[in-house]
Design a protein around this ligand. Structure first.
Ligand code: UN1
Length: 427
């Protein structure tokens, strides 16, 4: 398609998503569990990607470079990679399929999308709406089923030129191994053990509100979720008391009930996995301040509910300070200085998102340099990606690629360097 036609299709797609926001949100909550307000926000968020990429679709530029040699020009063009495979998780069943599919389409590729088997419906809806918006048949294809069968088939298929995965670091290593063998390009967006650093001069109310949302929003099921709080000892107790109070105030229940703040985990297996970390924390000698139990009584018996859980006196070598829990679970690590906070923040194999609460200019600029993390926030939660910003992590949180924004289009493109010589005619 011509760039202007691609742009028009993507913009129509965005409008269709907004027209259907309530139906889509209802489906999302019914399938995934997050509260309706979060589901609506996710649809609007996904539609904003479509809108942004719809505008961007007209701006696929190349370069023309003068050569050091006379009578020669160099032209650099961007071309599609070919067929790309997207594998997406169940925590954002609409937003992540959108953010993987869009740059791939924009760069001119065909896409085969494999959504998580717990949440296939939104990806199917996304594809329906895109076809309604005018995408030709066969350009976006959705396949549904278990990852162990379909994921491996997709990742190792000789007709697939590139794989883009959002998932756990364990699955990422497996996908990278297969792609490595076949020299297939793969972009990986993996786990995190994201820290919020709360320093002595922090605005405590803001820090508590941000940690509560970062740790318990989406029931803690985000790669960017806050799972560690590294707090200066001088304000440790004031901060901890307020965080525990905020956690205990959250209304937990069926996401279809508009009064609910935190929905269930995605399935019962996840309740078991989170609860194991509570047991690990207790065995390791950390102090459980609140939560630490599944909710099973009454209406809760129908679902996969877990209480927001806060541990304190956690030390950096404990498993609950190092391993991704992916649930409403946060570990507090007290420190005595900014330097120690940075050392503790960097002491994990992950490096996705870190947030620092301070109003000190020197600390701010030092932290920008010293924190090992693909995303750094100041005075804000560890969550909240923005469409125009490169998104991704360092260390075991990824393999060096970045999603979203114009960077993402580059990831889904091949670069062709063309040398054109036009010497004078030989006699
Ligand atoms: C965000 O918190 O800003 O799987 C979005 C995930 C991420 C999206 C996070 N890919 O949680």
């Amino acid at each position: 398609m011509l760039a202007k036609d691609r742009a028009r299709t993507l913009r129509r797609w965005a409008d269709l998503m907004i027209d259907h926001v309530d139906d889509l949100a209802l489906l999302l909550t019914s399938e995934q569990g997050k509260p309706l307000a979060e589901s609506r926000a996710e649809i609007v968020y996904a539609a904003s990607f479509l809108e942004w990429f719809g505008e961007e679709a007209k701006r696929v530029y190349g370069d023309t470079i003068p050569s050091p040699w006379p009578d020669k020009r160099i032209v650099v063009t961007k071309e599609p990679v070919g067929v790309t495979g997207g594998i997406t998780p169940w925590n954002f069943p609409m937003a992540i399929p959108a953010w993987k599919t869009l740059p791939a389409l924009l760069a001119g590729n065909a896409v085969i999308l494999k959504p998580a088997s717990d949440t296939p419906l939104l990806a199917l809806k996304l594809a329906n709406l895109l076809h309604e918006a005018g995408l030709p048949g066969g350009v976006l294809n959705v396949i549904t089923g278990p990852g162990v069968v379909l994921g491996d088939a997709l990742v190792s298929h000789k007709g697939v030129n590139m794989i883009s995965l959002t998932g756990s670091t364990e699955v990422g290593r497996h996908v990278a191994e297969i792609c490595g063998r076949d020299l297939r390009r793969c972009t990986l967006e993996l786990g995190g053990k994201n820290a919020v650093i709360v320093l002595e001069d922090a605005d405590l109310d803001l820090a508590v509100e941000s940690v509560s949302w970062g740790a318990f929003g989406t029931t803690g099921q985000r790669c960017t979720a806050t799972s560690r709080v590294i707090v200066h000892k001088a304000i440790q107790h004031a901060f901890t008391d307020r965080l525990v109070a905020a956690a205990e105030k959250l209304q937990i229940g069926n996401g279809l009930d508009e009064k609910v703040d935190m929905g269930p985990l995605v399935n019962r297996g996840r309740v078991h996995a989170v609860h194991q970390y509570t047991q690990v924390g207790q065995q390791e000698g950390a102090k459980l301040l609140t939560g630490g139990t599944p909710l099973n009584n009454g209406d809760y018996s129908q679902g996969a509910f877990y209480k927001p859980t806060v541990f304190t006196d956690v030390s950096p070598d404990m498993r609950i300070a190092r391993e991704e829990v992916f649930g409403p679970f946060v570990s507090i690590l007290p420190v005595a200085s900014y330097e120690e906070a940075v050392q503790v923040a960097n002491a994990t194999e992950y490096g996705l998102s870190t947030s620092i609460f301070t109003n000190d200019l020197r600390t701010t600029f030092r932290a920008m340099r010293e924190i090992e993390s693909g995303l750094i926030y100041f005075n804000a939660p560890t969550t909240g990606a923005e469409i125009h910003m490169p998104f991704g992590g360092v260390k075991a949180s990824g393999n060096g690629h970045r999603e979203l924004g114009t960077h993402a289009v580059e990831e889904f493109s091949e670069t062709k360097s063309i040398f054109v010589s036009y010497p004078p005619k030989h006699k």
